[in-house]
Design a protein around this ligand. Structure first.
Ligand SMILES: Nc1ncnc2c1ncn2[C@@H]1O[C@H](COP(=O)(O)OP(=O)(O)OP(=O)(O)O)[C@@H](O)[C@H]1O
Ligand SMILES: [Mg+2]
Length: 297
């Protein structure tokens, strides 16, 4: 079943910026990463999913319902973390969490406490006095507390320290194992790489690449760093070299050939450089400028 289906979604603001012809499909249980630089259109897309913005052209359907016209029918199954959180500053975190808890007519307060303990923060502090990370944690508790079938998270680890970023990844993996569908935007490659089944890259309001992580890893260049015993060094596939270390970059379908050739050399040290989404992303940007993009790897 398609939990999110966005078709040809377009919204051009008066400034000329916006999103153009966006297509996204997220199936039940999938974790979908939405990557892109500042101002590329991530939050604008997400606001359409939430039914806060009316599409100029195209549509967004959530659980088969129109996100703009039937927004009220979707909310119970949807947990949302906004990119810029605007809380009423006069209450404490816990007052605000309770308010939303009651509005959502929830009964499982134990789970709320579990989430607060998980995020290791004091919710009794006035929101006005909370640090950025603490506010983000309040937002995360609110997004998760009604155990929604779909989580839409706009830069969820914004303001979280590295330890908390790791905890966030663990929580998403737990939700994924439980069958929750997730769409999250991010600038942080590691969290996307560790959690997502699919990744789309948006630039200047257009999706320039959408890929499945498995296929991407499978079809990406392999990289090895090799130190040889003597000056006899394999010249083919050589990408970069320093005095001792030699870095090789091999297209995924030529790895056998590479190892065959490598047999003739004496190796002192051998390391595989793991796939990095960050590197792919940066590589991709360069390629995109030259070739006009790769779609659907
Ligand atoms: N309500 C609005 N009115 C006019 N322009 C807008 C509006 N909302 C967004 N934009 C413009 O649309 C573009 C996309 O903005 P958006 O907030 O979606 O980017 P983003 O990818 O979420 O960026 P960031 O990573 O900084 O959060 C920007 O150029 C922004 O200025
Ligand atoms: Mg944003």
């Amino acid at each position: 079943m398609k939990v999110i289906e966005i078709k040809n979604l377009t919204k051009k603001f008066k400034t000329g910026y916006g999103i153009f012809d966006i297509n996204i499909e997220v199936k039940a249980g999938e974790v979908y990463g939405y990557l892109g630089p500042n101002g590329s259109g991530k939050s604008t897309t997400i606001r359409h999913i939430m039914g806060y913005l009316k599409p100029q052209a195209g549509s967004a359907h959530i659980f088969g319902k129109d996100a703009w016209l039937e927004s009220n029918l979707i909310q119970n199954d949807l947990g949302y973390l906004p990119g810029e959180i605007a809380f009423p500053e006069y209450n404490s975190g816990i007052d605000f969490i309770k308010m939303i808890f009651n509005l959502r007519e929830q009964t499982n307060w134990d789970y709320v406490e579990e989430l607060i303990n998980y995020w290791e923060f004091d919710p009794n502090v006035k929101i006005k006095k909370m640090s950025k990370g603490m506010k983000q944690k309040v937002g995360l508790v609110i997004a998760f507390m009604h155990k929604p079938k779909l989580l839409v998270l706009d830069e969820p680890t914004n303001g979280l320290d590295p330890l908390m970023q790791e905890k966030f990844i663990s929580l998403i993996l737990k939700e994924k194992a439980a069958g929750t569908t997730v769409l999250m935007s991010s600038h942080i490659f590691a969290e996307i790489e560790k959690t997502c089944d699919k990744v789309a890259i948006i630039k200047s309001g257009r999706i320039i690449s959408d890929v499945e992580m498995n296929k991407l890893k499978l079809k990406s260049d392999r990289k090895y760093e090799i130190e040889f015993v003597d000056s006899k060094v394999l010249k083919e596939y050589l990408y970069k070299n320093s005095k001792t270390k030699h870095l090789y970059k091999i297209p995924y379908d030529q790895v056998d050939d590479f190892f065959e050739k490598l047999k003739k050399f004496n190796i002192k040290d051998f390391n595989e450089i793991p796939f990095s989404l960050e590197e792919y992303f940066l590589d991709f940007y360069k390629k995109e400028e030259k070739q006009g993009g790769i779609k659907n790897v």
